[in-house]
Design a protein around this ligand. Structure first.
Ligand code: ZN
Length: 630
């Protein structure tokens, strides 16, 4: 925020005096106070300063997956041995909850997003689920819900113990719906959520039993993955993690270029246009071995006709490989964009080193984040590519690294993913992206009938527009207004501390809210309640401007319900103009009017600049002073 240096302003409401006291109150956004969080605080797993409590623990899983994906029939046959470490919990577990996210394609399962009827079928077929103990395999009884199963254990699992399950399944992979994945030409597929995945059991809610419905997103446990994927028809495979056996799968020419890309910071076309006219892999059918440590999910894409370009750059003492797998030539530019995004995220906001060794941008559909991979369309406009690429890579931190529950709190991961890279986007985009575009959307939305408070659980939003506004645009603007209240340095410090403190854990929205209060030393609940827990109209206006004793007084009226900052643009009577930013702190006491005192030359006209600030009514944003005496 730019502030004019020599204008000394004092807003005349008491609200503008910033409190520096340590925040002790545990009151949370109203009326969405979450008693389960308060219980977690009393149990010592959470705190009211934004860091994990001394008793905080998370569970963890180790997946060994063997999957065979037959690309021509689009069918996947898999088996996995998963060991689950039960660290975080209250009492013994009598059952294990497992997500089958692909059951949104099952006939009869509720979906809140368009699914092509050709993709609707039997869902995930569980052929076998067994407990593995001392070399013995025991069949487990399961109860199936919409997109989850619950497996009963023959004996309780106590805290501190581990359990191993063997699961065999198969699933026809949806080709046509293109919800975060699908089939893109005869041999190009992107296959997310393809394996039975143990649900999150966290310290606040226990098992996550929210059934997936397609529109809202996911909640993942941290895990290690050791995956062997077999594909046919000479397809190459890209996946989360690091390929363990490149020499066994790639042709000698491709292998040589692959090794160059891993050691060069120049773009290397590992699979070029010429390469795809012949086979780039060794055999018709290959086994691709990938490993990934401490990530929250595993995904893969495959193709026999995509090009592949990569480069490897130094990042804080380690190497990161940025790659693009693509059919459209322009998509190749995504490699450099990926590198600059990762540098921004690692060093500016949230200023935490990118945690993985790879990031592969896969040209498929839409824009969807996965650990170490993004599935993305080639947008017509490069500005849109900048937006999508930087947005999706930011998801590395929110939700993946900080373990956010997206199906309940989309506004934390999507809101931060809109907000955090907005300056990066604005610095290289030619059109308004970032907060300018969001401010325009938010201006009128918050008083619409279907608007929902940001804090509404994502899975209960009802309309997809309400979900989008509450998860993306409204929180992005909210975080920008908060930055105006606490200052950019404080916001950056809070983002960095939050990301670090919750790395490979499960952050709740209150953890971020408390962290920001703690780092800023300000009680921010007045704003949290106003912006995140309520809807309402956005409308500031200039009610009056007058001059007394060589001081200009600007009276700002809040005609709406939302607490907004004011960016004032003055023109002086003697010529020249200036801007002045007054943060939303002016509404802290719930007053409707705030008078800003500005000593200095006589002002002729004042305008509210609403380029980055929502305002549903522009008729009261301009004031011309006819008579300066009062
Ligand atoms: Zn997103």
């Amino acid at each position: 925020m730019q502030q004019v240096k020599y204008i000394l302003a004092a807003a005349m409401c008491a609200a503008c005096v910033a409190g520096k006291a340590q925040i002790k109150s545990a009151a949370l956004p109203q009326p969405y106070t979450d008693s389960a969080f308060a219980v977690a605080v009393s149990n010592g797993t959470r705190t009211t300063i934004g860091v994990p409590g001394k008793n905080y623990k998370t569970n963890f899983a180790h997946y060994n997956i063997n999957a065979d994906f037959r690309t021509s029939e689009g069918h996947l046959y898999g088996e996995e041995t998963v060991t689950y470490d039960y660290n975080c919990g209250q009492g013994a577990l009598n059952s294990i909850v497992i997500n089958l996210y692909r059951n949104i394609y099952k006939d009869g399962v509720r979906k809140n997003r368009y699914v092509d009827r050709r993709d609707i079928g039997d869902g995930v077929i569980i052929e076998k689920i067994q407990l593995v103990k001392n070399g013995k395999y025991t069949d487990l009884n399961i109860t199936e819900f919409a997109t989850q199963i619950e497996a009963s254990l023959p004996e309780p699992l106590h805290q501190g113990e581990s359990i191993t399950l063997f699961i065999k399944w198969n699933n026809k992979i949806a080709a046509n719906s293109h919800i975060r994945g699908g089939k893109y030409n005869n041999d190009t597929w992107f296959v997310p959520y393809f394996y039975p995945q143990i649900a999150v059991y966290d310290d606040i809610y226990g098992w996550d039993r929210i059934q997936h419905s397609a529109n809202e997103e996911f909640y993942f446990e941290n895990a290690n993955y050791d995956v062997n994927l077999t594909t046919d028809h000479y397809t190459a495979v890209w996946a989360t993690g690091v390929l363990q056996n490149p020499e066994k799968v790639y042709s000698p020419e491709v292998l040589k270029k692959y090794r160059t890309a891993l050691s060069s910071n120049k773009l290397t076309d590992i699979i070029s246009k010429e390469d795809i006219t012949k086979h780039t892999v060794k055999k018709e059918q290959n086994v691709w071995h990938f490993c990934a440590d401490s990530v929250s999910d595993f995904v893969f894409g495959c193709s026999a006709t995509s090009k592949w370009t990569a480069k490897t750059f130094d990042l804080d003492g380690k190497h990161v490989t940025a790659a693009a797998v693509y059919r459209s030539e322009k998509f190749r530019d995504n490699v450099d964009l990926t590198e600059s995004t990762i540098n921004y995220l690692s060093h500016k906001r949230p200023a935490v080193t990118y945690p993985y060794p790879w990031m592969t941008m896969f040209e498929g559909s839409g824009g969807m984040e996965f650990p170490m991979m993004v599935n993305e369309d080639l947008d017509k406009l490069w500005d849109d590519m900048i937006f999508t690429t930087s947005h999706e890579i930011t998801h590395t931190y929110f939700p993946f690294l900080t373990g956010i529950n997206q199906n309940s709190y989309g506004f934390i991961d999507e809101g931060l993913t809109m907000y955090v890279p907005q300056f990066f986007q604005d610095s290289i985009c030619s059109m308004p992206t970032g907060v300018k575009r969001s401010a325009r959307y938010v201006s009128n939305h918050l008083e619409e009938d279907n608007a929902k408070p940001v804090f509404t659980k994502s899975y209960s939003m009802g309309s997809s527009w309400a979900f989008t506004m509450a998860s993306y645009y409204t929180p992005q603007v909210g975080y920008s207004i908060l930055e105006g209240i606490v200052g950019s340095d404080v916001m950056e410090k809070a983002l960095q501390q939050f990301t670090t403190a919750w790395s490979r854990k499960h952050a709740h929205p209150y953890d971020f809210f408390y962290m920001l209060e703690n780092v800023s030393g300000k009680d921010l609940k007045f704003f949290y309640n106003n912006w995140f827990a309520k809807t309402g109209n956005t409308d500031l206006g200039i009610k009056d401007v007058y001059r007394e004793d060589s001081t200009n007084y600007i009276v700002i009226e809040n005609y709406g319900e939302k607490y907004l900052p004011a960016m004032l643009k003055f023109t002086y009577k003697g010529g020249g103009s200036e801007k002045f930013y007054q943060s939303a702190e002016m509404w802290r006491d719930g007053n409707r009017t705030c008078t800003i005192a500005l000593p200095g030359p006589e002002i002729q006209e004042v305008q509210l600049d609403t380029e980055r600030i929502p305002d549903s009514n522009s008729n009261n944003n301009y004031f011309f002073i006819k008579d300066n005496t009062k």
